[in-house]
Write a protein that binds this ligand. Sequence first.
Ligand code: HMG
Ligand code: MG
Length: 310
Amino acid sequence: MTTQKRSPVQLTEVGPRDGLQSDGARVSTAVKIAYIESLVEAGVRQIECTSFVHPKWVPAMADAEAVFAGLRKKEGVRYLALVPNLRGYDRARAAGCDAIALFTAASEAFAKKNINMTIDESLATFAEVAERAHADGVAVRGYVSTVIACPYSGRVEPEAVLTVVQRLLAMGCYEVSLGDTIGVGTPADVRKLLRTLLAEIGSDKLVMHFHDTFGMGVVNVAQSLSLGIRKFDASAGGLGGCPYAKSATGNVPTEDVLYLLDSLGYSTGISLDGIVKAGVGLAEHLSHPLPSRVHEAVVAGRVRIQHGDE
Ligand code: HMG
Ligand code: MG
């Protein structure tokens, strides 16, 4: 039997932040910490733990300090938190966070609703935060929301996304995650977007962040892979959403992406069964089942076949 060389794909787990920020259930800090630790146990090496945003706007993330205080961090894992401004940065640093994600949008209407800033204002704010972060040795990731469409103003052109991505990279973001915030994109939209971006930016700087509202998440990951993208965000169990994009449902589930990646021979270092186990642990504390089809199939013990280089 020959062993195929597997090419690496980076999977960033966003469940504890995107997954829980707008879930109806109020999950306790202890459960959040156990969830993060179980995802890391499954092999996750980059994980969004929480966000240091205004607790009045996103009450589910109000315990950001306590989450960081309780985490037993593992060497080699990047524990990220979303930060919208200097106040958020100060809170994150005081909590011992050393990797942040700055988040804006490609549509003015969404930026205003989400962070109460124009795109230009957000980038001016982030430039100050990034300068402080670089001086402090803090890793800075970028996010651009509404890369395909905005819930308030409709379709977004790839050129608008490109400009914002370039400005985030210019301020030293090590990568920029591109959010199809409301999960309306199809492979045709992804191809159009990525053709524009990849003509100007290396694929190692770009991450795709799909929401699965119309069930296109996994097929959009496959389309992105075929265009050379090797970095994705995903959420265990398929939880997710955005309080400022009511029509968004969950992120593309980590389990479903892993099932695809394993079958195509890509390695992530993450165990599908480990992610399912983490989801089972969390699901007890939610008021609904997890949306992931793969999670459901594994838990139900449906027949599985070997994939990849076995
Ligand atoms: P604002 O009201 O414009 O802030 O909110 P401000 O600067 O005018 O300050 C007003 C008050 O808020 C002040 O307090 C500040 O200190 C306080 P006061 O002096 O009146 O007592 N304040 C804060 N308190 C705690 N933490 C802070 C903070 N900043 C100011 N960081 C702000 C602006 C950005 C803070 C607000 O709009 C906010 O928190 N928005 C939350 C947005 C959010 O979390 N959205 C969800 C995440 S984004 C997402 O899900 C999309 C993504 O997944 C990608 C995708 O799918 O597309 C990432
Ligand atoms: Mg999102």
